[in-house]
Design a protein around this ligand. Structure first.
Ligand code: ARG
Length: 263
């Protein structure tokens, strides 16, 4: 009798496994939470008319992720938050991955796994057009220099601030720094090249941009995943690699810079 009961129990368990196995195809289409700081056109921004590509959000990262998710049969929701908190949100699993124009760096790679790089950039210096005394980071001495909190601009200038002698002012959003630059509260703002080109396009008669290639090295953007999610990382990498080879990222860059009239 006992034998039969055990057999029955085993059969029931098997049926339960089969049952959940079947339903998972329809019900468990995975939804991933993408963390981003949507203050960084052309990579991520809130669409003017509220009609974005994912929710109210648009940009190169947003469209790229939408395409990858489509190919992986997944859904994406966006969590918009200050850039500085993104890595902690990922390690806490408040979000499933980061797509936020994030530069691949060895120190960050200790906390997250990066995808293959999908975009090349460099830090760019923005000053008011009538300022002709600043041509490199060495000229920052005695000045007020703005950056976005937690970005590579802040990280690289932090190490140099004491040496060259300037004040670093960190903003949650790059736009806030540009407003302060235009009204004279700060002297310089440093941000990634594609974003700086956008500010210049919006204020061609007020701003001047240039870079200091000796001080700021080349940077590459990657999406970031939780250290344990290597399978998901692999799935993203596979699609990303093909999309880059097909020229989809180049297409998105042209599409968004034209749409935003940035170039
Ligand atoms: N590439 C820079 C970094 O990784 C800045 C990224 C800022 N991204 C943003 N969405 N605001 O630190």
């Amino acid at each position: 009798m006992k034998k039969y009961l055990i057999l029955l129990a085993v059969m029931l368990m098997g049926a339960a496994v089969l049952f959940t196995g079947c339903s998972s195809d329809d019900d468990e289409r995975r939804t991933l939470v993408m963390g981003t700081s949507a203050d960084f056109p052309p990579f991520e921004f809130v669409a003017d008319d509220g009609q974005g590509v994912i929710g109210r959000y648009a940009g190169i990262d947003v469209s790229l992720v939408a395409r990858i998710a489509e190919e992986l049969d997944m859904d994406i929701v966006i969590q918009d938050q200050p850039f500085i908190g993104l890595i902690m949100a990922l390690t806490n699993r408040d979000i499933d991955f980061i797509a936020s124009g994030m530069t691949i760096r060895p120190d960050r790679a200790e906390q997250v796994n990066f995808t293959i790089p999908y975009f090349d950039a460099r830090q760019t210096i923005i000053v008011n057009i009538d300022n002709d005394t600043i041509h490199s980071v060495a000229d920052f001495e005695g000045l007020r220099v703005g950056v976005q909190f937690g970005t590579t601009a802040e990280l690289s200038l932090n190490d140099d601030m004491i040496i060259t002698g300037y004040d670093l002012i960190s903003y949650n959003q790059p736009t806030a720094g540009i407003i302060d630059l235009l009204n004279g509260s700060i002297d310089v703002f440093v941000v990634d090249s594609p974003v700086a080109r956008g500010f210049l396009a919006n204020h061609p008669d007020q701003l001047r941009i240039f870079t200091d290639e000796e001080f700021f090295g080349p940077e590459q953007f990657g999406m970031a995943f939780h250290l344990e999610d290597t399978e998901l990382l692999g799935m993203f990498n596979e699609v990303l690699e093909r999309l880059i080879a097909e020229g989809f990222v180049d297409y998105l860059y042209t599409h968004y810079t034209t749409m935003l009239a940035l170039e």
